[in-house]
Structure formats: structure tokens, C-alpha cells
Design a protein around this ligand. Sequence first.
Ligand SMILES: Cc1cc2nc3c(=O)[nH]c(=O)nc-3n(C[C@H](O)[C@H](O)[C@H](O)COP(=O)(O)OP(=O)(O)OC[C@H]3O[C@@H](n4cnc5c(N)ncnc54)[C@H](O)[C@@H]3O)c2cc1C
Length: 214
Amino acid sequence: MLIAQTDPEKKNKGINAIIVEKNTPGITLGPHENKMGMRSSDTHSVMFTDVRVPKENRLGSHGEGFRIAMKILNSGRIGIASQALGIAMGAFERASQYAKERKAFGVEIGAHQAIAFKLADMAVKIETAQLLLLKTGWLKDQHREYTVAAAMSKQYCADIAMEITTQAVQIHGGYGYVKEYHVERLMREAKLTQIYEGTSEIQKIIISRAILNG
Ligand SMILES: Cc1cc2nc3c(=O)[nH]c(=O)nc-3n(C[C@H](O)[C@H](O)[C@H](O)COP(=O)(O)OP(=O)(O)OC[C@H]3O[C@@H](n4cnc5c(N)ncnc54)[C@H](O)[C@@H]3O)c2cc1C
């Protein structure tokens, strides 16, 4: 699906959502992107040169593309927030386990308060993120307004995923930096969740506009 600005002077009302079959003449793919993370999902830019599509491939009525895009993004943000939370939980589980196993200065590293408190902070953030995300899903299921809740969930889950995976690498010490222990991968995957489906900064714009204009 392509969201395209068809009448730039009409701004938001000059956007259309169009289904473009992938084998339509004029579509070419850019090179395979060599990404930092999420490497099992292929990413390419898509180029459109004089591509012709039938009128009936337009979703909704003329100029309705922005509304459709926002609707898709709202729902998609719940998905990316869930992805981020899953990454954070995976990193937390690995870090907690490692803190019980690895000994330094004669004791498990979890017995050092500096490590134990990192785990406590992670647990609180995960619990908070879960509750926020569940509330957002509940609002959607109830057919209630959930735009701001989805933006909050996306921003918070993505930001804590980045924090928690970074701390998980720290708790693993040198092993955190090598691929064998997987936490470095989780840290690379977490980064994308702060970027796609609207960056964390864009989520803050949505949240703050609702506060200031609500
Ligand atoms: C792996 C991957 C997969 C993707 N998949 C898709 C896909 O399937 N479909 C799709 O449509 N897109 C996809 N994207 C694109 C993605 O959604 C965008 O990269 C993302 O929304 C950020 O837009 P941008 O790259 O243009 O950054 P820019 O808009 O150039 O932003 C750069 C920086 O400036 C900040 N910024 C920009 N505007 C503002 C503002 N008004 N106020 C404050 N800060 C601002 C941003 O937060 C960011 O930090 C994908 C990207 C990646 C990396």
C-alpha cells in the first residue's frame, strides 16, 4: 500500500492511499539495506516510475489517505509497542539469569546492589509498560479513542526496550558485547522500535498536542 501526496497544496486533504500490485510495470526495488538489526526482515526502498494503477485501487474516497494512514499507524503502534516490550522482557530474563550465575569478587553479581537495583528498575519499567499497553488494547477493543494511548505505549515501550537492553548488555559485562549471549542483538533490535511506525519524538508530538489542544 502506498500513501502518496497527490495535491500538495491541499496538505493533509491532498493525500491518497493506493493499493499498488507489486508486479506493476515501473516499480523497482532499491538494493537490500544492510541493517543494524531486524536482519531477518528484508528492507528495500521502492521506486515508482510512471506506474499506472486503476482508479478502483484507491482506498476510501479522494483525499482520505491521511485519515487512513493515521488509522493504520494507530493500530500498528500497538504492534510495535508489543514487539519492543517482548524484546525488553527477553533481555530482562537473560540479565536476571546471568546475575544469578556469574560470580565476581566471590559472590553472584546479583548480590552486588549496583546490579540488583538495575534489575529492580527493569522490572518496574516492564510492569508499567505492560499495564499501559494492556490499557491501549482494551481501549481499542472497546472501540474507544486510543490515539494518545497508542502513542504513549509506542514511545514508552520502545524507550524502555532501549534502556533495558543496554543495561542487559552492561550486566553481562564483556560477554554482553559478544554475539554468543544474544543481548547485543536485542539491543540492536530495540533501536528500530524507537524509529519506525513514528519515532519517539513524533509520539511525543502526538501526546503533547493532545495535552495542549485537548
Ligand atoms: C528497517 C526499517 C523499516 C521500515 N519500514 C517501513 C515501512 O514498512 N513502511 C513505511 O512507510 N516506512 C517504513 N520505514 C520508515 C520509517 O517509518 C521512518 O524511517 C521513520 O518514520 C522516521 O522517518 P525518517 O527516516 O524520514 O526520519 P526523519 O523524519 O528525517 O527524522 C530524523 C530525526 O528528526 C526527528 N524529527 C523529525 N521531525 C520532527 C519534528 N517535527 N519534531 C521533532 N523531531 C523531529 C525524528 O524523530 C528523527 O529523530 C522503515 C524504516 C526502517 C529503518
